[in-house]
Design a protein around this ligand. Structure first.
Ligand SMILES: Nc1ncnc2c1ncn2[C@@H]1O[C@H](COP(=O)(O)OP(=O)(O)OP(=O)(O)O)[C@@H](O)[C@H]1O
Ligand SMILES: [Mg+2]
Length: 377
């Protein structure tokens, strides 16, 4: 069994650190506040929420819901995702609890059935069934407000609502959230810029309505200690220098460090003490394995996009990308061509950026791709 989980729910014994953050969440949520949770992509937001739900102060004391609205592009879908999540959390809690929900969700009653023979419930709601999303949303919040236990609802990739064609979604949600006593919300997402704009600008409905947690990398010494301990517990050994190298290669970016270690654990012979060379060897193999997909991804780009991408990959974190210095150093065409390429690369989620004041720092979203590009070009 591999102690470095790269999919699914991580059992507490295999969950690395995040003690301060989890404690903070417990304190903040039990004190009735709502939370805005942001981090760069793949730093561990989703896993942190799931881990928090398992804490003894929470589990069994709250109904806990989690929905990732990344795929949604309209209020209809938002409502569909929320109702499906509530349904699936309540099913195992028995007919009485489920009926409590169904009786409030009047606008969708037609979509619920109990199998007449087995009594197994089913909820087959289609997008077209949600004819008045605002009404159904009101019913959902009504239910959460009246539920037999207090509720925590995590809405992941919340920045997505900014893209819905319905323009008043933020205001509608805010008006519900504001008046609820029985339900706390965690709004999470990786688009820090959109989210902070939603929650920190005075003109916006969600202004000042949450406590914020910014999830950064796990501290190096804690991560390294965790890595060494997990090898030891499995009756194996890794040099702490090798664990440090795995961390440093990706700047402690959780998903990538974990992914690399997962493969190190899986491929290095169990009796061998893992050293730096093993880590580098496994990394090469991983990049090799991904190279076909990466090449395919790059083949979709035109020349201008490609040369901009390569320049940013080489810089790692690129600032002043339209400055004469950057253009010259990387033999790019012009500030406007770079600007244009960047906007396409951002749209296709190949690039990402951080913003401080007016300055933007660009980097590749996928650190494996970044490494691969650096090697190939
Ligand atoms: N505390 C942790 N302990 C062990 N592994 C972790 C931890 N946090 C994150 N991971 C690893 O990193 C991966 C990514 O974590 P997660 O999906 O929570 O990130 P995210 O910030 O939600 O990403 P995204 O931005 O893509 O939604 C996990 O699948 C797991 O392999
Ligand atoms: Mg996530």
């Amino acid at each position: 069994m591999n102690p470095f989980y790269i999919t699914g729910i991580i059992p507490p014994a295999y969950f690395c650190d995040r003690k301060t953050e989890t404690d903070w969440l417990v304190r903040t949520i039990t004190n009735q506040a709502n939370v805005l949770l942001t981090s760069p992509r793949r730093m561990g937001k989703t896993q942190l929420i799931r881990h928090f739900y398992e804490r003894p102060e929470i589990k069994g004391h709250y109904h806990t819901f989690y929905v990732d609205i990344y795929p949604t592009t309209s209020l209809h879908e938002f409502v569909l995702f929320l109702s499906k999540e509530i349904y699936s959390v309540l099913v195992p809690k028995g007919k009485a609890v489920l009926d409590g929900f169904l009786s409030v969700l009047r606008s969708l009653t037609g979509s619920f059935t109990y199998d007449p023979v087995s009594g197994v419930p089913s909820f087959d709601v289609k997008l077209g069934d949600i004819q008045a999303p605002e009404l159904t949303l009101g019913e959902i919040f009504d239910y959460l407000e009246k539920a037999d236990l207090p509720c925590i609802f995590a809405i992941d990739e919340f920045q997505q609502i900014d893209r819905y064609p319905e323009k008043n979604v933020e205001a509608i949600l805010r008006s519900h959230v504001q008046t609820m006593n029985n339900c706390r919300f965690i709004f999470a997402g990786s688009n820090r810029h959109i989210l902070e704009n939603m929650f920190h600008s005075a003109a916006k409905p969600f202004y000042n309505s949450t406590e914020q947690l910014y999830l950064d990398r796990i501290a190096r010494e804690k991560y390294v200690a965790f890595i060494c301990a997990k090898f030891r517990e499995a009756g194996r050994e890794i040099l702490s220098g090798a664990a440090q190298l795995a961390y440093d290669l990706f700047d402690g970016h959780t998903y990538y460090v974990h992914n690399l270690l997962h493969h190190v654990f899986a491929t290095v012979a169990p009796e061998k003490k893992v050293d730096e060379n093993d880590v580098l060897f496994v990394l090469e193999a991983l990049l090799e394995e991904k190279s076909h997909a990466f090449a395919g991804q790059l083949s979709q780009l035109n020349y201008g996009q490609k040369e901009t991408l390569v320049a940013i990959a080489k810089a790692g974190k690129a600032t002043g990308v339209t400055s004469v210095a950057f253009i010259k150093k990387n033999a790019l065409k012009s500030p406007s061509s770079v600007q244009y390429a960047i906007s396409t690369l951002l749209d296709s989620k190949i690039l990402t950026y951080e913003q401080e004041g007016r300055a933007k720092t660009y980097s590749l979203e996928d650190r494996f791709l970044e490494m691969w590009v650096r090697r190939v070009y």
